[in-house]
Design a protein around this ligand. Sequence first.
Ligand SMILES: C[S@@+](CC[C@H](N)C(=O)[O-])C[C@H]1O[C@@H](n2cnc3c(N)ncnc32)[C@H](O)[C@@H]1O
Length: 263
Amino acid sequence: MNFHARRFGRAASSYGEHSGVQTGMAESLLSLIPRGREPDPDSLLEFGCGTGILTRMLRARFPAARILATDASERMLAAARLATPGAEIDWQILDAMDGTPAPLPAWAARGFALAASNALVQWFPDLKPHFALAASCLAPRGIYLVSGFTPGNFPELNSLLREPPFAYSSFPGNSEADVAEAAAENGLSVESWSEASATEIFPGPEQFLAAIKAMGSARRPETGKALTRAKLAGLIAAYRERYGVPGGVRATWKSWQACLRKP
Ligand SMILES: C[S@@+](CC[C@H](N)C(=O)[O-])C[C@H]1O[C@@H](n2cnc3c(N)ncnc32)[C@H](O)[C@@H]1O
């Protein structure tokens, strides 16, 4: 299991308390579904379902569809199953990062009409293998609704991590060009792309850092640049000084969402 799936597994129990932004992103994703022009999808596949926020929205929007919800973390899947009682959903472990073809259930042997993932792909070092997997799972004319964060996510934190003693040089996230290139390489067309920005006020930098840790979204320190206790204290002080606002400190989420289609 990869670094982020392990972190998310540990965060499974506290994720729900801190996932307001992901809920908003899931709602935006659903709004991308083309309306009225085509029949409702009858088979749905979700990658990185986490605690099931998007899964439950898909279930409610398409009550007649069969759903396969997947995640790389057993603990996340267990939390999702528990939070979604009574719904007929197939839950399956699947690492969606490296492009290994997923065994499709018999009911989706012709491919899924709709695939979706919310706030998952920003951790993948390369989108191409993942989009290859998504394309291989889709039926002809199937759509893939996908969202993530841009490399400019948390600009406040990034500005501090860019400076000494951290001197991080790169940040997780996907640009529009990354998505367009990986989609084109896998024969998917980009039907829509949009970006959103949401600023949240936390009581202090400690609560902001604790929230992203609880969501499994803490950044991986660059090799050889461990985050020592002293560096963390410096980061917290600098964050408070530079990004303090009435009521606490600010942090800005920068997300994107896209609708991709298989020919
Ligand atoms: C930020 S959470 C988002 C969860 C959910 N989609 C939501 O919107 O709340 C990311 C999820 O991706 C899962 N994940 C991380 N790496 C993965 C991988 N390589 N393949 C599949 N799932 C993965 C984590 O276990 C976690 O549940």
